[in-house]
Design a protein around this ligand. Structure first.
Ligand SMILES: [Zn+2]
Length: 408
């Protein structure tokens, strides 16, 4: 469920009234695709035999080489091998052939390349509430590969002689593949150019959604989580939009984009179809949280620095539906401290105070809690909190400064 996949859906919803009205008028509303109808079009160990697809794969091999070597990738072997395990479960017949990379980019995104490697963005790991949700997104991307959507788009592009599109793509790959010292962001822009050309149509998205429910069920994951992660994403996008609109002018709070309800309804119906009544499913939340634990603070830190308080607040509150902890409370405070409007210091202070009551409160929570107390003239309590910070982080760069604030 890459962002492009979401965009396709959002665009079609924005055009939405019209499309729906037209289909009602003609009685040609698109029926939901059944997950069971989604037969994989490639088997294990697939390699292209047609000349044009071979060429595309050869170019993609060079892109993959660049991706694998890029500094933008998080290369933590334990984490990457965990992701590889997940794609190994939801990759259908191609499970053993697909490769997965984790990019340090704080957006919700996952993209499958035509030769069967996928790049997921770290923002996705922040947003998934359990392993099944992450698996749902990976299953959706796998489905694009298993249904051969990219090669179909590529052929369509060539048939229409879309020279501009083909030219940009080859330029992008050439630049990346030539080993030019372009820098990671340039590489990313080139990848973006390539990927923007692979715009799946609505039927392809519907196929990938349906097949993700099938792949989830086959792997033993609760299929409904694929719908849940989608719903959270819609909620977050709405929260961001609401906040931004509220900033501009008051009174337009409820003037939100229409949600892609029909796609949501289809995802839920497909999930229900693939759910075995009475069966107990494990979403593997505990395993998921333990695997992402080493980078979760970094993921939250990336998010609160995006200057998207509406989206960040929604996200943290959504994650907290599984239970608040010190880390989430601390970053809730960071949203307001970084926004820094009138009254935000009070709001941040409250979050820090709550955060330090949890055993997992990060050192920074004690630091900011202590600094707040100090500012309020509560010197004794401030000293206790700041001492706790120094105990946890004795080599912190600001340790000498903090030590001076502690009453002897
Ligand atoms: Zn998609």
């Amino acid at each position: 469920m890459c962002m492009r996949c979401v965009e396709v859906s959002r665009r079609s919803m924005l055009a939405g009234g019209g499309v729906l009205a037209a289909s009602l008028a003609t009685g040609a509303a698109q029926a939901r695709i059944s997950p069971r109808a989604m037969v994989p079009l490639i088997g294990p160990g697939y390699h292209p035999t047609d000349q044009d697809e071979k060429g595309l794969w050869a170019q993609m091999d060079r892109v993959e080489e660049e991706v694998a070597g890029s500094n933008l990738m998080i290369k933590d072997p334990a984490l990457v091998s965990y992701l590889q395990d997940i794609i190994g479960r939801v990759g259908g017949p191609a499970a053993r052939d697909m490769r997965i990379y984790l990019a340090h980019i704080p957006d919700f995104n996952a993209v499958m390349f035509p030769s069967g490697f996928t790049v997921i963005f770290s923002g996705l790991l922040l947003r998934a509430r359990n392993e099944a949700q992450l698996a749902g997104v990976i299953a959706h991307e796998s489905a694009h590969f298993l249904r051969r959507h990219m090669i179909r788009l590529w052929r369509d592009m060539k048939r229409k002689s879309d020279i501009f599109a083909i030219g940009s793509m080859i330029a992008g790959v050439g630049g990346a593949g030539a080993g030019v010292a372009t820098g990671d962001l340039v590489q990313l822009a080139q990848l973006g150019t390539i990927l923007s050309l692979f715009k799946y149509n609505r039927t392809m998205e519907a196929e990938a959604d349906a097949m993700s429910a099938l792949l989830m069920a086959q792997a033993g994951y609760p299929p409904m989580e694929a719908a849940n992660v989608w719903q959270q994403l819609i909620g977050e996008a709405d929260a961001t939009a609401r906040y931004r609109r509220k900033q501009r002018r008051r009174g337009s709070l409820f003037d939100t984009h229409p949600s892609p309800h029909s796609r949501m309804a289809d995802l839920r119906a497909s999930a229900a179809e693939m759910t075995v009544p009475g069966r107990v499913y494990d979403n593997h939340r505990a395993r998921y949280l333990s695997k992402i634990a080493p980078i979760r603070a970094m993921l939250l830190d990336d998010q609160v620095k995006l200057n998207d308080p509406g989206g960040s607040q929604y996200l943290i509150e959504t994650l907290a539906q599984d239970g608040w902890n010190g880390l989430l409370r601390f970053y809730e405070g960071e949203i307001w401290r970084l926004r820094n409007r009138s009254g935000d210091d009070r709001r941040a202070a409250q979050s820090y105070a709550i955060a330090v009551a949890y055993p997992d409160a990060p050192a920074e929570a004690w630091r900011w809690h202590g600094l707040t107390l100090h500012k309020e003239g509560r010197r004794g309590e401030a000293s206790a909190a700041l001492s706790r910070y120094l105990q946890m982080k004795p080599a912190a760069p600001d340790a000498p400064f903090i030590r001076q604030m502690i009453v002897g």
